[in-house]
Design a protein around this ligand. Sequence first.
Ligand SMILES: [Zn+2]
Length: 275
Amino acid sequence: MLLLALLLIASPDPTPICHGSYEQGALLTCRTLPGADVTLSDASGFEAQVKADEAGRFILGFSRDAAPNMTLRVCAPGNACASLPLAIVPHDYKIERIDGLPPGKVSSFTPAQLAHIRKSSARKKTAFAAKTISDAFLAGFSKPVENARISGFYGSQRVLNGEPKRPHMGMDFAVPTGTPIVAPAGGVVTLADPDLYFEGGTVFLDHGQGLVSVFMHMSALDVKDGQRVNKGEVLGRVGATGRATGAHLHWSLKWRNRYYVNPDAALELDLSPLR
Ligand SMILES: [Zn+2]
């Protein structure tokens, strides 16, 4: 009994403090003990593991279809654990219909197109698996293009040429071809490819904490693989390359190479507890 009491006094409490909205597609900024092991799970068997950094910081992302009840378990290096139930608010998604896409960008692909699709997806897979070290996220996120009409929303159910397709996992900014795209936060370029099949001219930017921005349909690229960029630096130009009906920037944000979160959540990220 005495030993147990001593252990309880000796183990620091790993209960995290988190800020943000508990909603599908959202992001939370959290702080706990340095190096703590964090597990986000739900009753269906979903599990995502994160390690808090040397300052005890971590960012949690919820998927588009996150379960209404999740569990956050945080264990300090000394084995003391804290378990928190999380109630996740559902997000109301839109239905977007896009017609007039070339059939070769929706279904029925030629062997050459299939080879291009396979090559593109291999490039993306490798880039998403790359882990770079960056604290760039600490300066927060701003929009990659200014004064744009938002023409596509995160999570929308997509119907392309009348065929129901996978949901739209990013945010579309309708701006003319040639508009400069700036880094919404600093980071390291993990992919810069002028010609992916569906995405067209594409840049991946790893901001640290497992947050990777993807910019698509670009008409020109101003950065290279491995390049470190600062917030606000020009990455390239808006275009209509890949599967696009008109000039726009598609920006998506992947969390821990698990799923896409709402870029809007990054723009609203409360980083004050992490600084
Ligand atoms: Zn889009």
